[in-house]
Ligand binder design. Structure first.
Ligand SMILES: Cc1cc2nc3c(=O)[nH]c(=O)nc-3n(C[C@H](O)[C@H](O)[C@H](O)COP(=O)(O)OP(=O)(O)OC[C@H]3O[C@@H](n4cnc5c(N)ncnc54)[C@H](O)[C@@H]3O)c2cc1C
Length: 363
């Protein structure tokens, strides 16, 4: 776990871990819930006529066949296109890097990138931090289904994206980092992309890979808020014995009221690559974006309350049953896995080695 970098959050989903980001996301979430529609302002604007008729050419710094906006998964698309001989650029508003915490994925899915020709099997081995089987899907009291080879690899996004960056740039690709998409002007023959720093690029094709908060998607939806949202909280913790299987999806409790809302919580848990007893655990739920919905911080409180029973833990010594975060100070909360008690007797308490904790996956 010492290997997990806590400097610099990554831009993509699940790349945030600080308490400040949690507060920021809660503010964003509550804004989404309280408004009927968001007024994003149009990002993509249509113009008739040719770009060559416009005086903009002078400000143009580069022209491309394809521009990919959003670099997290966008870099894989961009590398596939550049390997076909196209001139490709990537626009990423943050630094283009993968998060430290692993992506869980099936090998079969990764092999598709080998078929496309942008990864080798050796690359996959290099980026694979953990492998585990079998993988459980279940609802408490309804029986479990154990499957093999489903989301059973832990891949380092940091390594994989670094690798892809090297491949992409070595093929002549250009990455514009640190500035987002401001406007896209679509002419008959080309589109023009203006960055937030005022630079202007042009391309025959612009691909939106900006994830959940894409301004293009917001425009297409006329500012309508999401129909549903998956809220996720989670941590990475050390001390889990027999840490060789995963939970792809597991619900250990029936629905419960949180504020005005009836929620069904689901868990996901995977061995983490940072150490043999380290485990990443997420708790997630699906909600509508409307007033009165629980905050992420409330979900996190439930997470601490429910996690010991879910992970079958017992206290090694009498300790806090609730952890309080310290703003801006990421650290690790350690749970201790029950070793001698039968699962049915497991109860909610945890040993904590550090009173601060790290947020590992918050959307
Ligand atoms: C906690 C958590 C854990 C997850 N774990 C997994 C997992 O294990 N396996 C899995 O397959 N999936 C997982 N997911 C799903 C995850 O959403 C995807 O794997 C992946 O991150 C999606 O990538 P993306 O590039 O589509 O979107 P994002 O990850 O959201 O990336 C979008 C990118 O666009 C950039 N961007 C946004 N706006 C602009 C702008 N205006 N201009 C320029 N750039 C912009 C962002 O900085 C970011 O780099 C997880 C999600 C969460 C929240």
């Amino acid at each position: 776990m010492e290997n997990i970098s806590v400097t610099g959050e990554a831009g993509g989903a699940g790349g945030s871990y600080s308490y400040n980001t949690l507060k920021r996301l809660d503010q964003l979430w509550s804004n989404i819930c309280s408004s009927d529609t968001r007024q994003p302002g149009d990002v993509v604007l249509d113009f008739s006529g040719s770009l060559s008729d416009v005086d903009m050419e002078n400000n143009m710094i580069s022209t491309f066949d394809v521009l990919v906006c959003g670099g997290t998964l966008g870099i894989f698309v961009a590398t596939a296109l550049i390997s076909k001989g196209l001139k490709v650029g990537i626009v990423e508003r943050n630094l283009l890097k993968g998060r430290e915490q692993e992506w869980n994925i099936s090998r079969k899915e990764l092999l598709e990138l080998v078929q496309v020709g942008i990864l080798s099997e050796y690359d996959i081995e290099q980026a694979t931090m953990t492998k585990f089987n079998p993988n459980r899907c279940g609802f408490e009291g309804k029986g479990d289904i154990w499957v093999e080879d489903i989301l059973n690899l832990g891949i380092s996004p940091a390594k994989l994206i670094d690798l892809m960056k090297i491949r992409f740039t070595s093929l002549g690709g250009i990455i514009f980092e640190g500035h987002g998409v401001d406007r896209i002007f679509v002419y008959d023959d080309r589109a023009v992309l203006k960055l937030t720093n005022g630079k202007v690029l042009s391309s025959h094709l612009i691909i939106d890979a900006m994830g959940n908060f894409s301004p293009v998607v917001q425009q297409i939806r006329s500012g309508k808020k999401p129909d549903g949202v998956c809220l996720v909280v989670g941590t990475c913790a050390r001390g889990f014995k027999d840490n060789i299987t995963s939970d792809v999806i597991f619900s250990s409790s029936s629905t419960k009221m949180v504020g005005d809302t009836k929620l069904q919580y689901f868990w996901e848990a995977f061995p983490a690559g940072s150490g043999s007893t380290d485990r990443t655990t997420y708790m997630f739920t699906y909600v509508e974006a409307k007033p009165g919905q629980p905050k992420l911080e409330e979900l996190l409180e439930d997470y601490w309350d429910l996690m010991p029973a879910y992970q079958v833990m017992r206290p090694l010594k009498r300790a806090h049953n609730r952890f309080r975060p310290v703003a801006g100070v990421p650290a690790i909360a350690a749970f201790v896995f029950g070793q001698t008690e039968p699962p049915a007797a497991a109860y909610a308490a945890a040993t904590i080695e550090n009173t601060d904790y790290e947020f590992d996956g918050i959307e």
